[in-house]
Each structure stands twice: as C-alpha cells, then as structure tokens.
Design a protein. Structure first.
Length: 130
C-alpha cells in the first residue's frame, strides 16, 4: 500500500512513478514500518518519501562525513536512513517535540543505531548554541 500516493518528489506519470518505486527503491523493512506508522499521524507530510530517503543515504555515502547534524527529526526516518548508510558516523538530531522523537528512538533502538544518534529536544535556535 502506497501511503504517499498523493505526494510526488518529481513529476512523472502515475504509471512510471509506480514502476520506479517497485523496481528502484530499496527500502529496508524497518524503514518501511516506520514510514507506515508515520503515515497515520496528522503531521505525516513532514516525513520524506522513500526515494528521497534512498537519495539521502546515497549522498551521505558519497560525502562520508564523520558527523551529521539533523535539524528537525520528526519520527526519525531521515536520521535512520543516514545511520544505516554510514555505520561509523555520529548524528546529532534536534527536534522540538518529544512525542514525535519517541517514535524515532524506538526505531533507532530496533536498528541498533541508537548509540550513534544524540537527540536534543527543544527549539533549534536554542539547542544549536550548546
């Protein structure tokens, strides 16, 4: 079930988009589970699409940073994409909502990447100062 059928990251015909999603996206089961859980939330439009997550993972693999700063974590899909792509990289994640990030923490633990993601709750304008 495509929980994001109304959202498109690039303009394609519906048939071509469906084909690309079926054959081109390699979304691990845990990310799919997180995406589907987030799809039931009122703020679901804040989550990136699977193809954007795959692109983000490819980008961080190419850049190979030792640290990543994520401003706006929501339920953790993006940070989980990056953490799975780079097993030796630490991520600092900032968000203002502890309820959303409770979901993120659950999936980080399940993926065994929680030891590499430091989460700070509060307005980024303040938490970036620390």
């Amino acid at each position: 079930m495509d929980t994001y059928q109304d959202q498109k990251s690039i303009q394609l015909t519906n048939e071509l988009r469906e084909y690309l999603l079926q054959v081109g996206i390699r979304e691990p089961e845990l990310l799919k589970k997180l995406r589907e859980q987030t799809a039931n939330m009122p703020e679901r439009n804040m989550q990136i699409l699977p193809e954007q997550g795959q692109f983000l993972a490819m980008l961080v693999k190419i850049l190979n940073p030792s640290r990543i700063l994520e401003i706006g974590t929501y339920t953790g899909y993006s940070s989980l994409c990056m953490a799975l792509a780079l097993p030796n990289t630490n991520i600092t994640a900032l968000d203002k909502n502890a309820e959303w990030t409770k979901i993120a923490k659950k999936y980080w633990q399940e993926a065994n990447v929680d030891n590499r993601i430091q989460l700070t709750i509060g307005p980024a304008i303040e938490t970036l100062k620390t």
